[in-house]
Design a protein around this ligand. Structure first.
Ligand SMILES: NC(=O)c1ccc[n+]([C@@H]2O[C@H](COP(=O)([O-])OP(=O)(O)OC[C@H]3O[C@@H](n4cnc5c(N)ncnc54)[C@H](OP(=O)(O)O)[C@@H]3O)[C@@H](O)[C@H]2O)c1
Length: 300
């Protein structure tokens, strides 16, 4: 808790190095943190591949970035509420000859209501966790072979809401009362647990994988919820929130700075390293989750 309070006030470390002609892949780059991060990398001359669910928004963001920064900006469509979309995307990238320098798993959602996807998973678990797991899992050998890739999960201090841990036997929320905070916390905890296993997998390969809390920033997060939540968000959350530019700065630092060379398996609040909550450090659950996610993601 003391570290959390200290890190809340800590200055963001910045990196001004060039990233010319490197390829950065970002999921959920049509608004908020993903959008600002795409622009930040483009400013430093990186080429971009954006993974979004909305074609119209993707065309508009890519055109804007190409015009403003004269870099390559392409997009692919995948709705993370559909396992088949994420698998298709993953195998397309696997079979292509692109070299990914930074892979930022950013797409996410927060839902006050218990919603199930077409694949029959709770929405937040599928979008905020399972999608990133499937993509990472399909690409893991390619990334390992190409060396020096940095993978970053845009995670959250909200993982701490899952006080009782992940409860792998209760992903359907049948026995426990659903709450948006807890479901979000569980999904982000699952992502941190998967980081443990991916980090083991990438050991000594030159590929690093880290997670970060992007700050409390004003974005479209939560706009999918009802009018009461949106009113509350506008009145209380957004007033205290900062600009997602700070998240973009931190994601650029974590993706590019030499100071992060060799750093892997860590959780950062923006650019300050922090210890995650105990349920997100449980190696036994991480192992179980790895096997279960392979099964749930149709990756056997
Ligand atoms: N804002 C904060 O204070 C905060 C704090 C901690 C962590 N985070 C994390 O930061 C990440 C980015 O969120 P944000 O705050 O920037 O919110 P945002 O503005 O709502 O951006 C979310 C992005 O994810 C995309 N997305 C949502 N559902 C998707 C789906 N089913 N398939 C594919 N893409 C989907 C959105 O696409 P559309 O434009 O099509 O909706 C959008 O591009 C999330 O992982 C969130 O948990 C945010």
């Amino acid at each position: 808790m003391r570290a959390m309070r200290r890190n809340k006030k800590a200055e963001i470390k910045e990196c001004d190095d060039d990233f010319k002609e490197r390829l950065v892949v970002i999921t959920g780059a049509t608004s908020g943190i993903g959008y600002c991060t795409a622009r930040k990398y483009a400013l430093h001359r990186a080429n971009l591949l954006l993974i979004n669910r909305n074609e119209e928004k993707s065309i508009s963001v890519c055109e804007e970035i190409r015009q403003d920064f004269d870099v390559e900006c392409e997009y692919k469509i995948a709705d993370f509420t559909r396992i088949s979309d994420v698998q298709k995307l993953g195998y397309e990238l696997l079979d292509s000859d692109i070299r990914i320098d930074v892979l930022i798993h950013n797409a996410g959602v927060y839902s006050t209501k218990k919603v199930f996807t077409e694949d029959n998973f709770e929405l937040c678990f599928q979008v905020d966790y399972l999608g990133s797991f499937i993509l990472n899992y399909i690409l893991k050998d390619k990334l390992k072979a190409q060396d020096n890739t940095r993978i970053i999960f845009v995670n959250s201090e909200g993982h701490r809401f899952a006080i009782l841990g992940l409860r792998l036997d209760e992903l359907e929320w049948e026995k426990h009362h659903y709450s948006g905070l807890r479901s979000y916390g569980k999904a982000k905890t699952a992502q941190l647990l998967s980081m443990i296993s991916f980090d083991d997998y990438f050991k000594d390969s030159g590929v690093s994988i880290n997670a970060m809390h992007p700050g409390s920033v004003k974005t479209n997060m939560g706009q999918n919820n009802g009018p009461i939540y949106r009113f509350f968000k506008r009145l209380f959350i957004d007033r205290a929130a900062k600009s997602p530019e700070i998240s973009a700065k931190a994601l650029y630092y974590l993706g590019v700075s030499k100071e992060i060379n060799g750093v892997s398996g860590k959780f950062f609040r923006l650019t300050s390293e922090e210890k995650p909550a105990p349920p997100a450090l449980d190696r036994e659950v991480a192992k179980e989750l790895w096997s279960l996610s392979i099964k749930l993601g149709g990756l056997e």
